[in-house]
Design a protein around this ligand. Structure first.
Ligand SMILES: [Ca+2]
Length: 264
């Protein structure tokens, strides 16, 4: 559709995504369930595993890693970062939570069961989104390049450039790997892209404009950010920075159930 093509052009060119308007295409998703989300949570990372929702929040002096109570959206448990650390992407691998920071070049690890801090690592450049394919950590940093990191050392294993119809696509923010696909929030937009993690090619654009109704926004409501995958249902959990709602959504053309494509 023409409208969607215009949005893609703007995003690929790095221009304001606010120029995008709702697509005339059929909806890319259906809302299955709406749950509360803490409007004080500046969501930077979201992970769902075995009925537990983990969240990384940003902003200096307010950054945390949280185990979230799904009934209230509030933190059932939380560990705060030092005041000079800005929390970013979050991933769970092998019972360990990994949390990036924005410009500090430091990642923290925690015991996923207790949230007890474990270790820290350093890396080059900015930290934005983080997820895992079960073998490597996959990291975004605001550029079009995704890094695949060794989870034991955070050493670089490989890089891939994300391209949409041949053009590099930067501003990739929160990430989620699911069933061989890599989902990424495009910063300052209502779009999630689905990426082939091997080639870096963008294979789909998912339009979430209108997900949070205008009446539920306030002057402080920030951008869409945060994607978690529920293995049991095949659905995504999505929210935004300081949003009042966490949405469980089913993507159009994305079959329900783990059996559909063999799981993660
Ligand atoms: Ca995620």
């Amino acid at each position: 559709m023409l409208v969607r093509s215009i949005c893609r052009f703007h995003l690929a060119a790095g221009a304001a995504a606010l120029a995008c308007v709702a697509s005339a295409d059929p909806p890319d998703y259906a809302v299955v369930r709406s749950m509360p989300h803490d409007t004080a949570a500046y969501t930077q990372g979201l992970v769902y595993a075995e009925g537990r929702l983990y969240e990384s929040t940003g902003r200096y002096g307010r950054s945390q890693v949280r185990l979230v109570d799904l009934l209230t959206g509030r933190a059932a448990q939380a560990v705060s970062l030092p005041d000079d650390r800005f929390g970013e992407g979050l991933a769970l691998l092998g019972g360990t939570l990994y949390q990036l920071t924005w410009t500090s070049g430091v990642a923290y690890t925690y015991d996923a069961r207790t949230l007890a801090p474990r270790d820290s690592f350093t890396y080059a450049g900015e930290g934005w989104g983080l997820t895992t394919d079960g073998t490597s950590l996959i990291m975004s940093d605001g550029t079009a390049t995704l890094r695949f990191l060794d989870p034991h050392t955070l050493a670089l294993r490989r890089e891939v450039t994300v391209r949409d119809q041949g053009s590099p696509l930067s501003q990739l923010n929160e990430l989620e790997y699911a069933r061989g696909a890599l989902f990424a929030n495009v910063y300052r937009s209502d779009w999630i892209v689905r990426i082939d993690p091997t080639s870096g090619a963008v294979v789909d654009w998912i339009d979430l404009a209108g997900l949070l109704p205008p009446g539920d926004r306030t002057g402080s409501t920030e951008v869409l950010n945060g994607i978690a995958f529920d293995e049991a249902t095949g659905h995504l959990l999505v929210t935004g920075k300081l949003w009042p709602t966490l949405f469980e959504i089913r993507l159009a053309g994305w079959p329900d159930g783990m059996q559909a494509t063999g799981g993660r």
